[in-house]
Design a protein around this ligand. Structure first.
Ligand code: RFL
Ligand code: PHB
Length: 393
C-alpha cells in the first residue's frame, strides 16, 4: 500500500490530522493499535480551548459539539472552605467548551468512516523505517499478515507510550521530565454535576476537581497516592473522599450514584526535543505530556496538528518546506508555555507528601492573592482559555 502521509495512532491527534489533510486533498492512512471501541472507552479530556473548537469546525465535524457542548465563561477555585470564581469571559473575552475527548474522537471517527478513509484498527507490531532517508515506510501486522505502507511522511500521533518517539535514536532526542508524587483518581457517573462550572479544590485532603460531560453526567477527580490501586476505591469511598473536599453548598448539592468508569492517571510533565526527524514528525502526547490540572493536553495536541497540517499542505500545494523546517520550533514554543502553566497550577493545587506545612501555607497565600488581584486572575484566565496561536510572534 502507498499513501502520502502515514499516521501512527488513531487518537484525537491522528484523527484530526487525517481530517485536515484529507480536506486539502492529501492522501493519508491511519494505523491504530487498538480497536475503535477501545479508543472510545478511554475517558480523558473534557475542556476544549477556542483553537481546538476552531480546528473541529474547520474540518466540518463541529455541529454536535456546538449543540451538546457546554460553553463555560468561568471556573471556581475552592480553598479555605470557600469558592472564588475566575470570570474568564469578562477577564479575557474568551470562553472554553466542555465537550469530552470521547465525543471529539467519536465525531472524527464517524466522519472518517463516512468519507471512506482508511484506518487500520488492530495494526500490530508497527515499526518505522528510513524516515531519515528517501523511502520512509511503515511495517505492521494485521490479521496475522505483515504489510508495508510506503509514504512521503510519517506522523507519530501514537501517544506517550507509542512506537514513534521510541524509534528515534537516543542521541538525536532530548527528553525533559518531571514526575509528580501523586495521581488523579477519576470517576464518571450519570449524576447531575455539583455545580454548573468546574471547581478546582485545594483542601487539607489534597486536590479535587468537579467537572462534567453534560447536565446529567459528572466527572470528578481526587488526588491519590501513586501506590493506590483503583480496586481499593469503591464508589462509596470515592464519594466520601470527594465530599471531604467540598464547601457546604456543594456538599449539600452533591448527587451520588454508581460509577460508569473509574481510573487512576499518574501526573507527569514531559517534553521531547526536537519534534521532527527527517520525514518523521511527533505530535500530541507522543511528543509531550502535561499534568491534567491546566486542561491543556488535548488542546496542545490540536495545535501541533494544526501546525503540522499546514506545514504538509504548504509542502504539497506550494512546494515550500518552510513550515516543515519550522514545525518543531513553532510547536515547542507553545508547548513550553503550556508546560509552565500546567506545572504551576499543579504545584499550586496539590498536597505534596513530604510537606512540612510551609508549602501549603504558601499555596493558600498565593490563592488568596490570586482571587483578590485582577491582574493575577487575568493571567490565570488567559492561560486557561489558551493563548492565541500567534502569541509572541
Ligand atoms: P492518545 O489519545 O494517547 O492517542 C494515541 C493513539 O495511538 C495509539 N497507539 C498506537 N497505534 C499504533 N501503533 C502503536 N505502536 C501505538 N501506540 C499507541 C493508541 O492506542 C492511541 O489510540 O494521544 P493524542 O492523540 O496525542 O491525544 C492526546 C490526548 O489524549 C491527551 O493530551 C489528553 O487526554 C490530556 N488530557 C486533557 N487534555 C485537555 O486538553 N483537556 C483536559 O481537560 C484533559 N484532561 C487529560 C485529561 C488526560 C487525562 N489522562 C488520563 C492522562 C484528564 C485525564 C485524566
Ligand atoms: C475533565 O473534565 O476530565 C477535566 C477537566 C479539567 C481538567 C482536567 C480534566 O483540568
Amino acid at each position: 500500500m502507498r499513501t502520502q502521509v502515514a499516521i501512527i495512532g488513531g487518537g484525537p491527534s491522528g484523527l484530526l490530522l487525517g481530517a485536515l489533510l484529507h480536506k486539502a486533498g492529501i492522501d493519508n492512512v491511519i494505523l491504530e493499535r487498538q480497536t475503535g471501541d477501545y479508543v472510545l472507552g478511554r475517558i480523558r479530556a473534557g475542556v476544549l480551548e477556542q483553537v481546538a473548537v476552531a480546528a473541529l469546525d474547520e474540518v466540518g465535524v463541529g455541529a454536535r459539539m456546538h449543540k451538546e457542548g457546554l460553553v463555560h465563561g468561568g471556573f471556581e477555585l475552592l480553598f479555605g472552605g470557600k469558592r472564588h470564581r475566575i470570570d474568564m469571559h469578562s477577564l479575557t473575552g474568551h470562553i472554553v467548551m466542555v465537550y469530552g475527548q470521547t465525543e471529539v474522537t467519536r465525531d472524527l471517527m464517524n466522519d472518517r468512516a463516512a468519507k471512506g478513509l482508511t484506518t487500520v484498527y488492530e495494526a500490530k507490531e508497527v515499526s518505522l523505517h528510513d524516515f531519515d532517508g528517501t523511502t520512509p515506510h511503515v511495517i505492521y501486522v494485521h490479521n496475522g499478515q505483515t504489510h508495508r505502507l510506503d509514504c512521503d511522511f510519517i506522523a507519530g500521533c501514537d501517544g506517550f507510550h507509542g512506537v514513534s518517539r521510541a524509534s528515534v535514536p537516543k542521541q538525536a532526542i532530548r527528553e525533559y521530565e518531571k514526575v509528580y508524587p501523586f495521581g488523579w483518581l477519576g470517576m464518571l457517573s450519570d449524576t447531575p454535576p455539583v455545580s454548573h462550572e468546574l471547581i478546582y479544590a485545594n483542601t487539607d485532603h489534597g486536590f479535587a476537581l468537579c467537572s462534567m460531560r453534560s447536565p446529567t453526567r459528572s466527572r470528578y477527580y481526587v488526588q491519590v497516592p501513586l501506590t493506590d490501586k483503583v480496586e481499593q476505591w469503591s464508589d462509596e469511598r470515592f464519594w466520601d473522599q470527594l465530599r471531604l473536599h467540598l464547601d457546604d453548598e456543594a456538599r449539600a448539592n452533591l448527587v451520588t450514584g454508581p460509577s460508569i468508569e473509574k481510573s487512576i492517571a499518574p501526573l507527569r510533565s514531559f517534553v521531547a526535543e526536537p519534534l521532527r526527524f527527517g520525514r518523521l514528525f511527533l505530535a500530541g502526547d507522543a511528543g509531550h505530556i502535561v499534568p491534567p490540572t491546566g486542561a491543556k493536553g488535548l488542546n496542545l495536541a490540536a495545535t501541533d496538528v494544526k501546525y503540522l497540517g499546514s506545514a504538509l499542505i504548504e509542502h504539497y500545494q506550494h512546494k515550500s518546506d518552510q513550515g516543515i523546517d519550522h514545525y518543531s520550533e513553532r510547536c515547542l514554543r507553545r508547548i513550553w508555555r503550556a508546560e509552565r502553566f500546567s506545572w504551576w497550577f499543579t504545584m499550586l493545587m496539590h498536597r505534596f507528601p513530604d510537606e512540612s506545612g510551609f508549602n501549603h501555607k504558601v499555596q493558600l497565600a498565593e490563592l488568596d492573592y490570586l482571587v483578590h488581584s485582577e491582574s493575577a486572575m487575568r493571567s490565570v484566565a488567559e492561560n486557561y482559555v489558551g493563548l492565541p496561536l500567534n502569541f509572541g510572534e
